[in-house]
Design a protein around this ligand. Sequence first.
Ligand SMILES: Nc1ncnc2c1ncn2[C@@H]1O[C@H](COP(=O)(O)OP(=O)(O)OP(=O)(O)O)[C@@H](O)[C@H]1O
Ligand SMILES: [Mg+2]
Length: 267
Amino acid sequence: MEEVLHVDERQQPGSRTSDRESVHERVLALGVKNLAVSYDRFLVIDGLDLQVERGEVVAVLGPSGCGKTTLLKAILGLVNYTGEVFLNSDRVGYMPQRDTLFEWMNCIDNVSLPLRLNGMNRQEARSVSMEYLKKVRLEDWAYSWVYELSGGMRQRVSLARALVTGAKILLMDEPFSSVDAQTRRSLQLLFSELVAMENITVLLVTHSVEEAVFLADRIVLLSQRPARVRRIFDVELKKPRTIEVLDEPIYQKLVSRIYQEIFSTPS
Ligand SMILES: Nc1ncnc2c1ncn2[C@@H]1O[C@H](COP(=O)(O)OP(=O)(O)OP(=O)(O)O)[C@@H](O)[C@H]1O
Ligand SMILES: [Mg+2]
């Protein structure tokens, strides 16, 4: 498969060029090699290889139950695995599939939590958290209770909390799937602007082909469980993504090509 790039190939200067690669240094931010995960001898991931370069947004698509959440958990060391996991930073943000905000705290204290757990005092933690609430445009809601927020606002608080420790690698598990279509699109636009501005590396699990193409630089399509990489697609669209992307032939053709791949052969 021509789209699959192996670590060795990606690390050779000049081995492969594109407009996207020429604008940033190609440094591996996150990688897994020959990853395998079992639950009670039940194989969920089997020999999975994946590399994400610094500043890249890589989307992971695959059927429900194939092992996408498990892949993120293995990268975070939350489940046992065999194979190799490489993270080029000790500051990794995680947005789990279900938001884990505390209802009985206000927004700013929810965002502050990772800093407080690292020993920062309350005042300083709140001041750093306010900067991140500004980035997700929720500074006016800093002292509101979480239960007063809409679903999309909760996701923005979760995003601020995932980034507040200065994380440059972000693992996201279907972060925009629990909100209506219009809110989802505005979250995607905010996300795309933010990660491009802050040069954050993202591994994004999603069920949506359209979302993957709209947001990612590359898309990794996984097989049915046990998950393996079935195919990798490059997305040659400018970042940050804007609403005009929806009109671009590259966007439309790629969405259609991925659906054709998904439905072409049994996986
Ligand atoms: N802690 C666990 N113990 C046993 N089995 C588990 C555990 N967590 C997940 N599984 C099983 O492993 C498989 C993969 O689960 P996982 O949550 O990784 O899938 P997924 O691709 O994220 O699915 P979805 O798209 O529905 O979120 C499923 O069959 C699930 O039932
Ligand atoms: Mg999942």
